[in-house]
Design a protein around this ligand. Structure first.
Ligand code: AMP
Length: 365
């Protein structure tokens, strides 16, 4: 009988995990409450709430391993499953990553630099934090924030009340604003046997808080430091699977913004732009298989298709363009697909791709 992997979530990350798993002979079961989940056509879809005990029991009975595609998966569901079937990445890593205060405290404990931050549980805390950290600064909810959601920027003292109201009294942190030169991320992977692998850094460009473009260059000067930080985290957390870490680069320093205990949008270029994709290596890692080579293939650049679709024929006519559509209905701010080019032509194909997709991000809500 073939090995079955259970995935909590049925979005595009789950879909791309399944696409990477089929050549390895794997089968997939997705637990996702969304009826038309975009991963559903690629496996068995248990359409139920994440906390539905009957569905969780059913999932645990069907699969050999469980993984997840997003951090805000309910902790109770993960704990319930972990009792019955191995869940990777380990629930402890998930618990740390879902709370900005916990994750940033851990980074600092491990000697990994971050922007200055303080916990904020009320307006008085916010005033104290601003007095200590200074302005500009960013107020972020501790949990459930992603793609810039749950964030308020503070420029002067008059912004404090509105910022506090803007996060609706949620537990938060105040973080100093980093005048970064670049945003980069590393996709790192650790297998059940402790084998480690790191992908070449991704350089990331966001628009309205959403990732728009990732490129990767060989010999990035920050590669060594990023790998060192990633290794400290992977080993401390006894991690299994892919871990993505996002950094701000400031001079020769890397300040960690956050980590994601899962496959990550800034690693989508690895599907065609690396010997082994992040999705395949995540599956290899959680199944205790040897990891695949992470070396670059060409000069990858990946552009997200957000909110609406460009002229698909024109994209497909672009030599070397790899189109991925997730089968989702267009909606403002929604990630509908991505396109990767790996051609080593001095960036010409990437420029043509950017011209063809220009304006897509304008529709973000
Ligand atoms: P996040 O939700 O923490 O990933 O933040 C979304 C985006 O907001 C980041 O990719 C940055 O572009 C920006 N950002 C977040 N935190 C900071 C910061 N402390 N300083 C400057 N920019 C930030």
């Amino acid at each position: 009988m073939s090995t079955r992997v259970g995935v909590l979530g049925g979005g595009q990350l789950a879909r791309m995990l399944a696409l990477a798993g089929y050549p390895l002979g794997l089968e997939f079961v997705f637990l996702c409450p969304v009826r038309d989940a975009c991963a559903a056509p690629l496996g068995e879809h248990l359409c139920a709430d994440f906390e539905d005990e009957a569905a969780l029991r059913h999932l645990a009975a069907k699969v050999d391993r469980v993984t997840y595609e997003f951090e805000s998966v309910p902790a109770g569901a993960v704990a319930y499953l972990d009792d019955k079937v191995p869940v990777y990445p380990p629930p402890q890593a998930l618990a740390t990553a879902r709370d900005r205060l916990h994750e940033k405290s851990l980074f600092n404990e491990l000697g990994i630099e971050t922007a200055p931050f303080m916990a904020v549980d009320g307006l008085a805390d916010l005033q104290r934090a601003v007095a200590k950290i200074g302005l500009p600064a960013i107020l972020k909810t501790r949990t459930l924030g992603y793609d810039g959601k749950g964030q308020q920027r503070l420029h002067d003292a008059a912004d404090l009340n509105a910022a506090w109201e803007g996060i609706h009294g949620a537990a938060a942190i105040l973080e100093g604003f980093v005048p970064f030169e670049r945003e980069v991320s590393i996709i790192a992977v650790r297998s059940l046997s402790g084998e480690l692998a790191f992908y070449p850094l991704s350089e990331n460009h966001h628009q309205a808080g959403i990732l728009q473009l990732s490129t990767s260059l060989p010999d990035d000067p920050m590669q060594g430091l990023a790998e060192d930080y990633a290794q400290r985290l992977l080993e401390h957390l006894d991690y299994v699977g892919v871990l993505a870490i996002e950094f701000f680069q400031l001079g020769g320093r890397l300040l960690v913004n956050e980590m994601a205990p899962r496959v990550h949008n800034s690693g989508h270029w690895t599907i065609e732009g690396a010997e082994t994709s992040q999705f395949e290596n995540h599956l290899r890692a959680i199944l205790g298989l040897p990891l695949g080579i992470t070396a670059l293939v060409g000069r990858p650049g990946m552009v997200n298709l957000i909110g609406g679709l460009p002229d698909i024929d024109a994209i497909l006519r672009l030599p070397g363009a790899h189109l991925h559509l997730y089968g989702k209905t267009p909606r403002p701010g929604r990630k509908l697909g991505h396109v990767t080019v790996c051609t080593d032509d001095g960036g010409e194909s990437l420029q043509r791709l950017l011209a063809l997709t220009a304006g897509q991000g304008d529709e973000t809500a």
